[in-house]
Write a protein that binds this ligand. Structure first.
Ligand code: ASP
Length: 450
C-alpha cells in the first residue's frame, strides 16, 4: 500500500502509456471495424472524450500560464539588456539545432537511399493548406488586439505583449508594486493548476494512445516501413546524440539526467502531438526538475514551442529525400540547401500543433519543385510519426532552455542534479487541509466585514 502511494506521476504516466499502446494494438489487431460497438462507444466514445477533455484542459492553461509566468520572468530578470541576450541566444540555438536536425535527416536518408522503389499507388489525396509567408509572420508578432490574440492562442503575439507589459511595469517602478505581487501570486496559482490537471494524466495518456493506435493503419506502416524506420532512426539519433552533445558542450550538464527527467514531458508530447498543448508540462519540468530559473524558462519554453521544431525538420528532410527518390527527381546540392533553409524558416512560421509539419512540408516542396501530391504518399503514417517528432521537438526546447539559463547564471545545478527535485507523487499533490481552512477563514472574514 505504502509503495503505491509513493509511486511517482512519471511512473504512472509511463504505465498509462504502455497499457494504452497495448489496448490500442489489441483493438486494432482484433479486427477493429467501423460502425461496431467498440468503435462507437469505446474508441470514439470513452477514449475520445477522456483524451479530448485532457488536451483541452492543457490548452486552457497555456495562455494564462504563459502570460503570468512571462511577465513574472521579465520582472525577475529586471534588466532589458539581459532580456535581449536571452532572446537572441535562444533564437540562435533554436535555429542551430533545427539546421543540424535537417542536415542529419538528409544525410541519413540519402545514404540509405530511401524511396527508390516506393509503391506510388498507396498515395492518398493531399490537399494543400497555405502556410503564411515570412513577412506576414514577422508583422504578426505585434497583436492588433490582445484579447483576440489570447482567444486564438497566437503565441508570438502573447509573448510580445507579456514582455512589453513586464517592461512597462518595471518602468513604472514603486507604484506598480501591488501589480508585481498580483502577478507573482497568479503565476504560482497557474503552476498549481498545472499539477492538478496532471493528476489525471495517466488515465488521459492511456485514452489518447489507445485511440491513436486503434486508428492507425498498421498495413500502411508495413508498406512504408522504409520511410517510417529511417525517420524514427534519424529522430532518435538527433535526440540521443546531437541534442545531448549540444547540451553537454554548451552547458556542461549531464545528458543522462536530462533524458531521465524529460521522460514525462516526452510522453505528454507523444500523446498530445502538440508542443503547444505540452507547454504547461514542459515549463514545469524545465523549472522544477531541471533547475532553470523562471525568468529564462517562461520565455524560452513558449518561444521554443512556437519556433523550434527539430523533429518536424527531420521529418521534412527524410520526406523530401523519400518523395524525390520515389518520383525520380534529382534535387542536387542547391535543391538540398534550399530544403535546409526553407525548413528552418518554415519552423518559425508555424505553430506547434498536430499535423502542422505537413503544411510546412508542402511549402518546402513547392520551393524545390517536388510534386506536392507526393505528400499523400506519407499521409497515412503521419499520425504516429507526428507523435514521435513532437516528443523530439519539446526535448529541443528544454535542452536550449538549460543551455541559455546556464550561460546567463539563471540556473540551479543542485536542482538539476537532484533526482527527487520537483517530482510529483500523490503525497506532495495532496492539498494542505489546514492551509485551506485558514484561507477559507480569511475569505469569510473579508465577507463579514463588507
Ligand atoms: N505536432 C508538432 C508539434 O506540435 C508539429 C508537427 O510536426 O506537425 O510540435
Amino acid at each position: 500500500m505504502l509503495e503505491q502511494t509513493k509511486m511517482t506521476l512519471t511512473t504512472k504516466v509511463l504505465i498509462g502509456m504502455g497499457l494504452g499502446i497495448l489496448a490500442g494494438l489489441a483493438i486494432n489487431l482484433l479486427g477493429y471495424k467501423e460502425g461496431t460497438f467498440v468503435e462507437d462507444n469505446i474508441v470514439n466514445g470513452l477514449f475520445f472524450i477522456i483524451g479530448k477533455m485532457f488536451v483541452t484542459a492543457l490548452k486552457m492553461l497555456v495562455v494564462p500560464l504563459v502570460f503570468f509566468s512571462l511577465i513574472s520572468g521579465v520582472l525577475g530578470i529586471g534588466d532589458i539588456n539581459i532580456l535581449g541576450k536571452v532572446g537572441a541566444k535562444s533564437f540562435i540555438f533554436y535555429l542551430l539545432t533545427t539546421a543540424l536536425a535537417i542536415m542529419l535527416a538528409i544525410t541519413i536518408a540519402t545514404m540509405i537511399g530511401i524511396g527508390e522503389n516506393a509503391n506510388l499507388s498507396t498515395a492518398a489525396v493531399f490537399t494543400v493548406k497555405e502556410a503564411p509567408p515570412l513577412s506576414t509572420v514577422i508583422i504578426d508578432i505585434i497583436p492588433g488586439n490582445i484579447i483576440d490574440a489570447m482567444a486564438s492562442g497566437k503565441m508570438l503575439q502573447i509573448i510580445f505583449f507579456s514582455i512589453l507589459t513586464g517592461v512597462s511595469i518595471l518602468m513604472v517602478g514603486e507604484k506598480a508594486e501591488p501589480i508585481v505581487e498580483l502577478i507573482e501570486i497568479s503565476n504560482e496559482i497557474m503552476m498549481k493548476m498545472v499539477t492538478l490537471v496532471m493528476e489525471v494524466a495517466p488515465y488521459a495518456v492511456f485514452a489518447l494512445l489507445a485511440k491513436a493506435i486503434a486508428n492507425l493503419g498498421l498495413g500502411l506502416l508495413a508498406d512504408l516501413a522504409g520511410y517510417v524506420l529511417v525517420l524514427i532512426f534519424a529522430l532518435m539519433i538527433h535526440l540521443f546524440v546531437t541534442l545531448m552533445v549540444v547540451l553537454k558542450v554548451f552547458s556542461g550538464m549531464n545528458p543522462s539526467v536530462f533524458l531521465k527527467k524529460m521522460r514525462e514531458t516526452q510522453v505528454f508530447a507523444f500523446s498530445t502531438s502538440s508542443s503547444n498543448a505540452t507547454i504547461p508540462v514542459t515549463l514545469r519540468t524545465v523549472i522544477d526538475r531541471l533547475g532553470v530559473n523562471n525568468s529564462v524558462a517562461s520565455f524560452t519554453v513558449p518561444f521554443g514551442a512556437t519556433i523550434n521544431m527539430d523533429g518536424t525538420a527531420i521529418m521534412q528532410g527524410v520526406a523530401t529525400v523519400f518523395i524525390a527518390n520515389a518520383y525520380g527527381v534529382e534535387l542536387g546540392m542547391m535543391g538540398y540547401l534550399t530544403v535546409i533553409l526553407m525548413s528552418v524558416l518554415a519552423s518559425i512560421g508555424t505553430a506547434g500543433v498536430p499535423g502542422v509539419g505537413l503544411i510546412m512540408l508542402s511549402m518546402v516542396f513547392t520551393q524545390v519543385g517536388l510534386p506536392v501530391e507526393g505528400i499523400g504518399l506519407i499521409l497515412g503514417v503521419d499520425r504516429l510519426l507526428d507523435m514521435i517528432r513532437t516528443a523530439v521537438n519539446v526535448s529541443g526546447d528544454a535542452a536550449v532552455s538549460v543551455i541559455v539559463a546556464k550561460s546567463e547564471g539563471k540556473f540551479n545545478a543542485a536542482v538539476y542534479n537532484n533526482p527527487e527535485a520537483g517530482i510529483l507523487t500523490e503525497e506532495n499533490l495532496n492539498i494542505d487541509v489546514s492551509a485551506e481552512h485558514e484561507l477559507a477563514e480569511v475569505v469569510q472574514e473579508t465577507h463579514d466585514r463588507s
